[in-house]
Design a protein around this ligand. Structure first.
Ligand SMILES: Cc1cc2nc3c(=O)[nH]c(=O)nc-3n(C[C@H](O)[C@H](O)[C@H](O)COP(=O)(O)OP(=O)(O)OC[C@H]3O[C@@H](n4cnc5c(N)ncnc54)[C@H](O)[C@@H]3O)c2cc1C
Ligand code: FES
Length: 283
């Protein structure tokens, strides 16, 4: 059992939890993830390690409530326990001095961008970060990103905070004005696709952190397969970080939609049960 030590509501849909998981915290590296299961009937969901403290033995996760399991997790509180918390999984990011690195984080992807930017800064890189969200209330960790970046740009799609536009709007300007040695992008698949198309035009190497549907996280079920350079790769063991110029993003986008109907039904059933329970206790 893994105890939730702290819960923080970052935005109405995005929550942070600090989990007591000393063995995971001791081995964690930037770029890796965990797979957790709330209870013995729960599904296994992958979440990136957003931060970790080997001395305190804690791992921080940040998740967006998109369906049944993330919503159930969001309802848990400090003091509650999670049944399984397996990790660190996936390959770590290469932590070396590339020169000038631009870290791009979109939406909940800001969370996994943070440990990467921090590790790259510690490795001696000049780090420029660009973070963006749909609107001001969906933005978080600006302060933490600023701490690990030489320069930070903030965008919102609706212009309610920072610069109006997408993260790629700012990235294009940076690529035109400065020499960039590497771009790292984490966020929605469409954002990573657009970033990779842009950096390809400018000839700048690009890493992306993929988020296909996963089940076992051990390379056995084949659920998380993606095409990279025309070759089949399993994101859980070969990734999640890949060369953005080699990923078949259109295939990834369509594979992510495979279980849309089932996911919708699971969420509707869960919300109906919750509403019934709430009505019962209100009586
Ligand atoms: C390596 C990796 C790291 C991730 N890190 C984060 C993170 O740090 N924060 C965060 O908010 N989300 C992260 N995700 C996505 C997260 O796993 C899904 O949002 C979650 O599984 C949704 O579960 P649900 O039951 O709430 O929603 P569902 O109703 O089951 O699904 C809603 C959507 O979530 C995605 N999804 C569903 N099941 C899975 C699954 N088993 N694996 C991957 N995606 C799934 C699908 O695109 C689906 O359309 C990550 C995914 C991967 C693969
Ligand atoms: S999640 Fe099963 S092979 Fe990767």
């Amino acid at each position: 059992m893994f105890k939730i030590l702290k819960k923080q509501v970052l935005t109405p849909e995005i929550k942070l939890m600090v989990i007591d998981a000393p063995r995971v915290a001791r081995k964690a590296k930037a770029g890796q993830f965990v797979i957790l299961r709330i209870n013995d009937q729960g599904e296994r969901i992958p979440l990136t390690i957003a931060d970790f403290d080997p001395e305190k033995g804690t791992v921080t996760i940040i998740f967006q409530e998109v369906g049944k399991t993330t919503m159930m997790l969001g309802e848990m509180e400090a003091g509650d326990t999670i049944l399984d918390f397996v990790g660190p999984l996936g390959k770590e990011m290469e932590e070396k001095n590339f020169g000038h690195v631009v870290c791009v984080g979109g939406g909940v992807g800001i969370a996994p961008t943070f440990p990467k930017a921090r590790a790259l800064k510690e490795a001696g890189n000049r780090v420029t970060s660009i973070i963006g969200a749909r609107t001001a209330s969906m933005l978080f960790w600006e302060d933490k990103m600023r701490e690990v970046s030489d320069k930070l740009y903030v965008t919102t799609d609706d212009g309610s905070y920072g610069e109006k536009g997408f993260v790629t709007t700012v990235l294009e300007r940076v690529l035109e004005q400065e020499k960039v040695d590497l771009v790292i992008a984490v966020g929605p698949v469409m954002m990573m696709k657009m970033t990779s198309l842009l950096t390809k035009k400018h000839g700048v190497p690009t890493l992306v952190s993929l988020n296909p549907i996963m089940v076992d996280g051990t390379g056995m079920c084949g659920c998380c397969r993606v095409s990279v350079n025309g070759q089949c790769k399993f994101t859980c063991v070969d990734g999640p970080i890949f060369d953005g110029h080699a990923v078949d993003f259109d295939e990834l986008l369509s594979r992510q939609r495979i279980y849309l109907e089932e996911e919708k039904r699971a969420l509707e059933k869960y919300l109906a049960t919750r509403a019934k329970e709430e009505a019962h206790y209100a009586e």
